[in-house]
Design a protein around this ligand. Structure first.
Ligand SMILES: Cc1ncc(COP(=O)(O)O)c(C=O)c1O
Ligand SMILES: N[C@@H](CCCC[NH3+])C(=O)O
Length: 417
């Protein structure tokens, strides 16, 4: 069963009509399917069942507490990139012992908190970060478990804004310098060298760049072993792509099979940090057509969701599927630009889409479960959308729509002159 299917001429999320979600919670609204998240999680976890592994959901892809709670109950670990994400994981019932901390700008306060709660590993991205972590760990009288995030200089073949493994990218430690940094790390009293890490980019639709990166990391692992620096785990990051349109990315099972083959008889635990491939196609953005505006040059469907709700089309020219919740064949279909009300020409959700529309219709933007709500903003003083998680015939409001008053909270007028 697919999570979002038409039944009797209207679109359902599991056993709930999306029309009903819109009536109950309004639009715009993100709707997630519990079943789809569970299935996507299993697609990662099952192929690794027989080995020492940690699958850490990349919280940046979708940090809703309900979603994190569901994944925590399934036994997921979490990949975080900020103190805020750590607190979300803890609030959602995640196990800090299954958390990896990525990101190239960790503050001393973030390091301290992560050490206090006992995370699984820090993915360290520079020598300067290593020095700071040593200092913070020494102040607390503990040792910090560390992987170095290595930049293997591999082209992920994805959008330049989400490619992270080339030497001109800001991420990771140049693979040519990695052995020296490991030697230094191994000599530090409060650093415990555990693993090696890389993440070469997001929305990869081929396995080969991952395998190129892996080959380079394995050379490093073997060189370090010869120096008696023992790497216990290999973290290959996230990055596996999904189908938005006609992409045909490998399944997690195919990808993991090829990775495991490459490892030979090395005794390495495996860590992965998938984000998009677990949640993207488990979510849609539900929106209502506010006005239709046909012009001599273009037809615009002005909907109540905008770039502040879903920025991927505006930011990466990303194509995301758009469908009617209740398609009608009694109207002619026409080609529409589906746009939001924000005062930017870049505020579109989709261009040149053939749809049979009338004002008041409900639409969904597909594949919006990853990098959707998490990248939303209050631009144009628009409240953030609600988030609903559907499970069978149940709807759970996992985040209510922001109120206008909340948008002002924390601001103040100037003192009187
Ligand atoms: C360090 C790190 N790990 C994991 C991810 C998750 O990537 P994806 O959502 O493509 O699986 C990202 C984002 O690209 C990342 O920067
Ligand atoms: N935000 C990006 C992915 C970023 C990956 C973060 N490392 C997207 O929507 O495709």
């Amino acid at each position: 069963m697919s999570a979002f299917e038409y039944r009797d001429g209207e679109l359902f999320a599991e056993d709930v009509a999306l029309r009903q979600v819109a009536e109950q919670h309004g639009t715009p609204c993100f709707v997630y399917s519990r079943h789809a998240i569970e299935q996507a999680w299993l697609a990662w976890d099952e192929p690794l069942k027989d080995c020492s592994r940690l699958v850490c959901f990349a919280v940046k892809a979708n940090s809703n507490l309900g979603v994190l709670n569901l994944l925590a109950r399934l036994g997921a670990g979490f990949d975080i990139v900020s103190g805020g994400e750590l607190e979300r994981v803890l609030a959602a019932g995640g196990d800090p012992g299954r958390v990896v901390f990525s990101g190239l700008g960790k503050t001393a306060a973030e390091m301290r908190r992560a050490l206090e709660v006992g995370i699984y590993c820090f993915n360290v991205e520079s020598s300067a970060e290593l020095e700071r972590l040593q200092q913070v760990a020494a102040e607390l009288g503990v040792t910090a478990p560390v992987s170095l995030r290595v930049n293997p200089d591999v082209d992920a073949g994805t959008h330049p804004y989400i490619s992270t493994g080339l030497k001109e990218n800001k991420f990771g430690i140049d693979i040519a310098d990695a052995a020296a940094v490991y030697r230094h790390a191994a000599s530090m009293p409060n650093i415990d060298v555990k693993g090696v890490d890389c993440h070469i980019g997001s929305q990869l639709t081929e396995v080969s760049p991952f395998l190129d990166a892996l080959d380079r990391l394995l050379v490093l692992v073997d060189d370090l072993a010869a120096e008696e620096i023992c790497i216990q785990h290999l973290d290959l990051g996230g990055g596996l792509g999904v189908t938005y349109d006609d992409e045909q990315p490998p399944s997690p099972g195919e990808y993991l099979g090829q990775v495991r083959e490459r490892l030979g008889d090395r005794q390495l635990s495996l860590v992965f940090e998938p984000g998009r491939s677990i949640v993207a196609n488990a979510g849609v953005l539900l929106t209502r057509v506010n006005f239709l505006k046909p012009t001599a040059h273009k037809n615009f469907a002005i909907v109540d969701a905008a770039m502040n709700d879903l920025i991927r089309p505006a930011l990466y020219s990303a194509w995301m599927g758009i469908d009617s919740v209740h398609p009608r064949d009694d109207r002619p279909s026409q080609v529409w630009d589906v746009v939001g009300p924000v005062c930017e020409t870049g505020d579109f959700l989709g261009k040149d889409r053939e749809l049979a529309l009338a004002a008041g219709d409900l639409l969904v933007v597909r594949s919006a479960g990853a990098y959707g709500f998490v990248m939303s903003s209050n631009y144009n003083t628009r409240p953030r959308a609600a988030e609903v998680l559907v499970a069978g015939n149940q709807q759970h409001l996992v985040r209510r729509r922001e109120t206008i008053a909340e948008l002002f909270a924390g601001e103040s007028l100037l003192p009187e002159a």
